[in-house]
Write a new protein. Sequence first.
Length: 141
Amino acid sequence: MTGWKPPAEVQLLSGGNPQIPKGDGEAPVRFYIEHMPEWKRELGARIDQLIVDTVPDVHRKVRWNQPFYGVDAGTVFASFRCFTKKVQIAFHNGASLDPEPPKSSKHPQVRYLDIHEDDDLDEQQLTSWISQASELPGEVL
């Protein structure tokens, strides 16, 4: 997908998630992060930086109003989005991570990490999950 253009106006969906048109590459992901509300913006930038530092050739895209990350253009291993009181990171093959991220999903392989405003981010554990997830088969997207 080429020629992505940012919208003139960004609305926040219920829960505070920015409504961003789909697009591939760094620009739509950065635009999404810039429009994350309040404390979530800094956290989103940190999550993105940890992923880029851990998986230097990562492919980024925005779909369904959230950034997705993959080792190639057709699959993804992680994504995140804003909710009212948290940012939630999804590991799309998270049931195979060691240890598993703490929150399960209705999808058997997906696991989540919820991060609230006053939580201490365990960057070492998060980086380990990112590294592990990037080495597993990705979810086709």
